[in-house]
Write a protein that binds this ligand. Structure first.
Ligand code: ADP
Ligand code: MG
Length: 588
């Protein structure tokens, strides 16, 4: 990506905002018109009072007086009504825009590579997107509205004053510019404090998410107290900062409202009251200016504050845009449907997650279609990484993975994944029905197919026993099933999808003996007519593999059947003997 200049960032920002506004112009334009009318109403009120005092009262014209009074009443109530309408319009504008952004953001997140999620904790991601999008919403609903009304009111006050007493308008403008500058400088000074408070908040949300995800561990080890202390400390840190910010802010506002405001009015009176006595200015006029002067301060303070919030919203928007700019998972082979008619071949594959810390080193092997391959090796030897590469979650830096001779990178990865049935060590179940967990909302997989899959993996008994059978909603992470049953449902999921390639990554590592037996039986059904790659630490499930690949430190040390490896590879023999001491005795 090219480095952006400050100017282009600014243009970009405006461009984004205008883009959203034009998309919702049916809300934005009427909203703007209403804001202009509200500003007009705010100017008109004091002017009517002036007319009453300067025109109606001296003339002793009761009719005119009443007419002005009704006009005043009318304007006040119409302005009130308009504020309501304007608020509604802009609230909808903000909501529509933020919904759009959130949808875009979520659909973008879904397209990001798996490596992105390795590096971004879910809590941080959620709080970041949530606060950032909410700020953008605020920009379109409140901030924008306030800023527009305030700026228009200010311009109006200057305009009317200028038409009546030009010199005063200039004085007012001078004072306003001065105040505005002071306030803007002030707000930009505490801007970094706001940002810090925000990052404290994100950290708290991230912590809470992690603690809740790990609640069992915390409880089991009696460490909930520690979690509480951690959160407490983080919360206190945030509160003290927020308090400091509020204190500074309120002090500034009070100085403005209770000192500078009255001073300004007193100055006005000193300047113009004598003129009333000498008859060079009407009483109504002086009251009008006092009223305008008082009404000027609030917009100034609010404009400065809005500018600060706009700056925040802008930071948020740029963060959102940065997230949106992260490259989606590439799919270079769109439209190129995969075939798996012959083989999967690793051809001198090198892979590193980070720099040149090679996790897979010069891997070459072939898995013929329809065969049962097993990958064994110590923990950390790179077995799961091979599975990741096969799913296209990561890409080799050197060498190729070839499917029937075609590099995986050149195949439509989405279509390829449809051919894969993946079962991991930790099954992930969604809080929806067993039926949908099994078919993952694939309508083309019929309920009958799901039932069949469920019964092939022998979990039908457990599912029938649930209150609503297949329709029973699972709890979060499938908590209302035992871990073995959860794993069997994952197998049913793989079976129901009717994939060509089955990938099992330590799928039997966490289960009890009964479940393991069931899984082994279902594996026999599952592999019929399919290619199956099983990663296992426990060797029992791979003894019958057509070919076992023995991995060590990311290198392929040996390959062969169980028997040949047992004969020829001491490291393998050691592993087998550790796991099956009885066999060792039998063989000896
Ligand atoms: P295995 O499945 O054989 O236990 P893995 O393939 O999971 O091994 O891991 C191989 C090596 O790669 C390990 O050293 C591990 O720390 C590292 N690794 C695994 N996943 C990641 C990741 N997402 N980011 C960085 N390093 C990783
Ligand atoms: Mg692993």
């Amino acid at each position: 990506m090219q480095p952006m200049t400050k100017k282009s960032v600014q243009n970009d920002y405006l461009h984004t905002i205008l883009g959203y506004l034009s998309r919702y112009r049916m809300l934005a334009l009427p909203g703007l018109a209403v804001m202009a009318l509200i500003a007009l109403g705010q100017l008109a009120g004091p002017y009517i009072l002036k007319q009453i005092i300067d025109v109606a009262v001296p003339k002793e014209d009761t009719g005119l007086l009443l007419a002005y009074a009704f006009a005043f009443l009318g304007i006040v109530s119409v302005t009130g009504l308009l504020s309501y309408v304007g608020m509604m319009l802009l609230a909808r504008l903000g909501l529509s825009i933020v919904t759009l952004i959130k949808q875009d953001l979520f659909s973008h997140l879904l397209k990001l590579p798996i490596s992105f999620f390795d590096k971004h904790p879910v809590g941080e991601l959620m709080s970041r997107t949530e606060t950032d999008t909410e700020r953008v919403r605020d920009m379109f609903s409140n901030l924008g509205a306030n800023l527009i009304v305030n700026v228009l009111t200010m311009i109006g006050i200057f305009g009317v004053t200028f038409a009546l007493v030009p010199r005063l308008a200039l004085i007012m403008a001078g004072v306003s510019v001065l105040l505005l500058t002071v306030l803007i400088v002030f707000f930009s000074k505490i801007f970094s404090m706001y940002e810090k408070a925000r990052s404290f908040y994100a950290a708290i949300v991230a912590k809470v998410t992690e603690f809740i995800q790990g609640i069992e561990v915390l409880k089991a080890y009696g460490r909930t107290g520690w979690a509480e202390t951690e959160l407490d400390a983080a919360a206190k840190q945030r509160v003290s900062l927020e308090v400091r910010i509020s204190l500074i802010e309120y002090t500034m506002m009070s100085v403005l409202e209770s000192l500078i405001g009255p001073l300004f009015i007193v100055a006005l009176l000193l300047l113009y009251a004598p003129k009333v006595l000498t008859g060079t200015m009407t009483l109504g006029m002086v009251l009008l200016f006092v009223e305008y002067g008082a009404r000027l301060l609030r917009p100034i303070a609010e404009i400065a504050e809005s500018l600060r919030s706009l700056q925040q919203a802008r930071t948020s928007l740029s963060r959102i845009r940065k997230l949106m700019a992260i490259a989606e998972e590439p799919n270079r082979g769109v439209g190129k449907a995969p075939s798996l008619d012959r083989e999967i071949r690793f051809d001198h594959v090198w892979f590193a997650y980070e720099g040149d810390e090679w996790v897979l080193r010069d891997l070459s092997f072939v898995i013929p279609k329809g065969s049962f391959a097993a990958i064994v090796g110590a923990s950390g030897s790179g077995k799961s990484t091979i599975i990741s590469l096969l799913c296209g979650f990561a890409h080799p830096q050197k060498g190729h993975i070839l499917i029937d001779g075609v590099p995986l990178d050149e195949i439509d990865i989405v279509a390829w994944r449809k051919h894969i049935g993946l079962v991991l060590q930790e099954s992930f179940l969604f809080p929806v029905s067993v039926l949908e967990n099994t078919r993952l909302y694939h309508e083309e997989i019929s309920e009958a197919k799901v039932r069949e899959a469920i019964s092939v993996v022998h979990v039908d008994g457990a599912i029938e026993a649930l209150p609503e059978g297949l329709a029973t909603n699972l709890w979060e992470r499938g908590a209302n099933l035992s871990s073995g049953e959860r794993q069997l449902v994952s197998f049913a999921r793989a079976l129901a999808a009717n994939p060509k390639l089955i990938l099992l990554d330590e799928a039997t590592s966490n289960v009890d003996m009964t479940t393991e037996k069931r899984i082994k039986e279902s594996m026999d059904v599952l592999r019929k007519g399919r290619t199956m790659i099983v990663v296992a630490h426990r060797l029992s499930s791979v003894l019958s593999a057509d070919r076992i690949f023995f991995l060590s430190g990311g290198r392929l040390i040996a390959q062969g059947t169980h028997e040949s490896l047992y004969q020829n590879l001491p490291a393998y023999r050691l592993l087998v003997d550790q796991q099956f001491p009885a066999k060792k005795r039998a063989r000896a």
